[in-house]
Design a protein around this ligand. Structure first.
Ligand code: UGA
Length: 457
């Protein structure tokens, strides 16, 4: 009896223990499942958050290249957009960044140059940086990516250069610490200084921007360059606008340039005088290039040929300026490839600066050249060429040129540049605009809007 009661109590015990164990194991399973559910929920949320952050930054920085909603000019106070600007990735610091700077600036040909190209995400800057890189020079870009015109285009140019291993440091010319740091990392042999506030008419809207870039920023760059050891040779962009109200024709470097018609022209002319000073005091080798209305693929959306193309395609009216005495307004439109050859020719013939560490050791080279096409074309003719290429009739408003800094005509004599480095423009306006329009429709993904045949070579 006792035995049987013991047996039954031990059976009861065993069954209690088994139940307890089952219950515990049930609890463990429940907890485990809960834990799994909780951790997968957490994982899901973290993934979602990361995805959202990535989408946010990509939409902010890389809107689709094919967007045809090209609102080019942004004539509001300029700002320097982009999350990259505050990041270490482009504007400085860290071993990886320094490595990238050094790698980009290292030449790949014997006796190759090591060149700092300012304004590298700009129109002429991008083309020159690419040409220099392709022939084996080391090229480091600098650009502030401001919003004077849609920075999306500047970002696309940056991406193209990056594919060719040209790195652009994102910084303003006025950032002396950053510039000094770049010269500490790289002993640049040359600077191709193309960064500037461009545009003749915009100077009436935002005069300070011209002082900021074309005067203050330029001087800041020269200060850093004159202190560098070795001092680099500098080639920089002046402008045909320095001829201002000059009436002698064609424009030659010996003509007077003391009657600028716009603040833009005045700051470029000031740049030429400032070049004289830095050459005289510090022995910097300086070459100014007077560009004549440069146009072509990857061009500037604030320029007439570019926004005329957009407006004609969109059926919007365009203004064609006439002079006050009813004459055609004309420009010596110069194709980008010709200008690039001129820039490289100027770099190749630039002598070394003679100073070092801020001290002049002897006289240094000081030059100014016209880089034009030697064949002015009226704005009316430019429009008729575009009409032919686009197969669309423009809605033309012929109006008197507003008093906004424009000059009636430009016409370059380029014999000096030809003599010194063989500069010889070879592209006429029709051929150059054809190349521009081909690029334009491809870039904005609107090939179908332009009737086949009109763009064939
Ligand atoms: O050669 C230069 O130095 C200058 O060339 C261009 O200045 P600009 O010649 O005025 O070029 P656009 O703004 O493209 O104008 C081209 C022509 O179209 C005319 N135009 C412009 C705008 C418009 O609505 N209608 C019009 O007939 C202008 O008067 C000018 O004759 C650049 O914008 C400057 O940055 C550069 O320094």
């Amino acid at each position: 009896m006792k035995q049987s009661s013991m047996a039954s109590s031990s059976l009861e015990d065993t069954s209690k223990t088994t139940k307890l164990e089952r219950y515990n194991s049930y609890l463990r399973r429940v907890n485990h499942t809960k834990l799994l559910a909780a951790s997968s929920k957490l994982l899901f949320r973290v993934t979602l958050l990361v995805a959202l952050i990535l989408i946010f930054f990509f939409t902010l920085n890389y809107p689709p290249l094919s967007s045809s909603d090209n609102n080019y000019t942004h004539h509001a106070p300029l700002h320097h957009t982009n999350f990259l600007s505050s990041s270490f990735y482009t504007s400085g610091g860290g071993a990886a960044w320094e490595k990238q700077v050094r790698h980009s600036a290292t030449p790949r040909r014997p006796n190759g140059f090591s060149i700092l190209v300012t304004g590298a995400a700009g129109f002429v800057g991008t083309h020159c940086a690419l040409a220099l890189k392709k022939r084996g020079d080391g090229v480091l870009g600098l650009d502030n990516f401001n919003s004077y015109y849609d920075p999306t285009l500047k970002r696309a140019r940056q991406a193209m250069l990056f594919k060719h291993q040209v790195f652009i440091v994102e910084a303003d010319l006025n950032d002396a610490d950053l510039l000094t740091k770049l010269f500490d990392i790289v002993p640049f042999t040359h600077i191709l200084h193309l960064a500037a506030q461009a545009g003749v008419r915009y100077a009436m809207e935002n005069p300070q921007s011209y002082v900021h870039s074309n005067i203050a920023g330029y001087i800041n760059l020269l200060e850093v360059a004159k202190n560098a050891n070795p001092q680099p040779a500098i080639v920089w962009a002046s402008s045909s606008s320095v001829y201002g109200l000059n009436t002698e024709n064609p424009f030659s470097e010996s003509h007077r340039t003391d009657q600028p018609a716009s603040l833009y022209a005045a700051t470029k002319k000031a740049g030429e005088e400032i070049a004289h000073t830095y050459n005289h005091i510090y022995g910097l080798s300086l070459t100014g290039l007077r560009f004549f209305t440069v146009y072509g693929p990857w061009g500037r959306p604030d320029m007439a040929y570019f926004f005329f193309t957009k407006d004609i395609l969109q059926g919007k009216p365009i203004n064609i300026y006439k002079t006050h005495d009813e004459k055609d307004v004309a420009r010596d439109f110069t194709y980008i490839d010709d200008v690039v050859k001129g820039c490289l020719g100027a770099l190749d013939t630039a002598e070394k600066s003679t100073g070092s560490g801020g001290k002049k050791k002897g006289p240094a080279q000081l030059r100014v050249y016209n880089l034009g096409n030697t064949s002015p074309v009226s704005v009316a003719k430019l429009v008729s060429i575009l009409e032919g290429l686009l197969n669309v009739k423009a809605k033309k408003h012929v109006i008197k040129m507003p008093r906004n800094g424009d000059v009636p005509y430009t016409h370059a004599n380029v014999s000096l540049a030809y003599h010194d480095f063989g500069y010889k423009p070879t592209t006429d306006l029709s051929a150059g605009l054809r190349k521009f329009v081909k690029w334009y429709v491809g870039y904005f993904g609107i090939e179908s809007r332009v009737k086949k045949g009109s763009l064939d070579d």
